[in-house]
Ligand binder design. Structure first.
Ligand SMILES: C[S@@+](CC[C@H](N)C(=O)[O-])C[C@H]1O[C@@H](n2cnc3c(N)ncnc32)[C@H](O)[C@@H]1O
Length: 190
């Protein structure tokens, strides 16, 4: 059962739910090795997945500014052998990464991609047959809009992009009173 929020007005609810959110994501990625984390930032999720699931994780991000922190965490957690962080633009994943993944995850990054559809198409290309994708992002109309004045996608837009990118079995959930969207799907091209 997902936690309900009491007063979401101007609080940064995302800080409050961060730990529970990561736990939920780890719970969703029970099987699947290797894992791709698109827009990995400081590689925290990559380290957590490696630590908890023992899986190999490749994190990619256009910015490597968070990698040093991620590598320090990997060192502290003993996950260095399982986690790699690469400075890669996900718009050209397929031509830059010589690897296929069972699962791709992307947290709080979809809305930041300059060409989100292109990124999703590239992610699908590096997924193994019946590989799965899990997208987590802020939702249009969520508290994130008043906190950061960014533009977020509607459920319809997300579903449509995923379909256009070649994913099937698309399912959307809206945990924490629609503060977030969890979008899952699988590659339907194989
Ligand atoms: C809000 S941060 C989220 C970071 C991390 N996933 C987290 O949950 O803390 C979004 C990340 O997406 C990355 N990003 C944006 N466009 C990208 C692209 N085309 N390819 C790879 N990463 C991208 C940004 O550099 C940034 O690190």
């Amino acid at each position: 059962m997902l936690g309900a929020l009491k007063n979401v007005s101007e609080r940064n609810v995302y800080d409050e739910i961060e730990e529970e959110l990561y736990e939920m994501i780890v719970g969703r990625i029970r099987e699947g090795d290797p894992v791709l984390d698109v827009g990995c930032g400081e590689c925290h999720l990559a380290n957590l997945l490696a630590k908890r699931r023992g899986c190999r994780v490749t994190g990619v991000d256009t910015s490597d500014s968070g990698f040093a922190k991620g590598m320090a965490e990997a060192e502290a957690w003993g996950t260095s052998d399982l986690v790699e962080c690469l400075k890669v633009d996900a718009r050209s994943l397929n031509s830059t990464i010589d690897k296929m993944f069972k699962v791709a995850v992307s947290v709080y990054a979809l809305h930041e991609y300059e060409e989100a559809l292109q990124v999703l198409k590239e992610v699908r290309k590096v997924l193994k047959p019946r590989g799965k994708i899990l997208l987590v992002d802020f939702l249009k109309g969520s508290t994130a809009e008043s906190l950061w004045s960014e533009r977020y996608y509607t459920p319809t837009e997300i579903k449509s992009m995923m379909r256009k990118a070649g994913f099937g079995g698309i399912e959307l959930e809206f945990p924490w009173d629609r503060e977030l969207v969890f979008a899952t799907a699988s590659d339907r091209s194989h």
